[in-house]
Design a protein around this ligand. Sequence first.
Ligand SMILES: Nc1ncnc2c1ncn2[C@@H]1O[C@H](COP(=O)(O)OP(=O)(O)O)[C@@H](O)[C@H]1O
Ligand SMILES: [Mg+2]
Length: 94
Amino acid sequence: MPLFSLHPKETTEDLFGREQEIKELINLVREKRWVAILGPRMVGKTSLIKAANRELKRMGIKAVYINLWGVRGAHGLLNAIAEGLNREEYTAED
Ligand SMILES: Nc1ncnc2c1ncn2[C@@H]1O[C@H](COP(=O)(O)OP(=O)(O)O)[C@@H](O)[C@H]1O
Ligand SMILES: [Mg+2]
């Protein structure tokens, strides 16, 4: 992976200085809390979520990343969730 890529990082190792935030996010998810991650564009929100998801999967907790950008209505939402779940089935590491 190139050093400067515009894509979100996917692992804790690739994310610089977010160890504490990843731990906090994992703990909140494990406590079944609703969490919103807010911040300016490009600050690393998606990367934080993807890295935490990877750790959660390692712990045996199912985590699905769904991008709702441009999704409209209940039908669109259900479609996006179904697609996310399907994708997860095929990309599961274990
Ligand atoms: N802590 C970090 N360490 C390394 N790269 C980061 C970090 N946070 C963000 N980036 C990089 O910055 C860019 C934007 O990250 P992204 O997660 O897409 O942000 P957001 O979802 O907040 O817009 C990506 O190229 C990502 O790899
Ligand atoms: Mg993002």
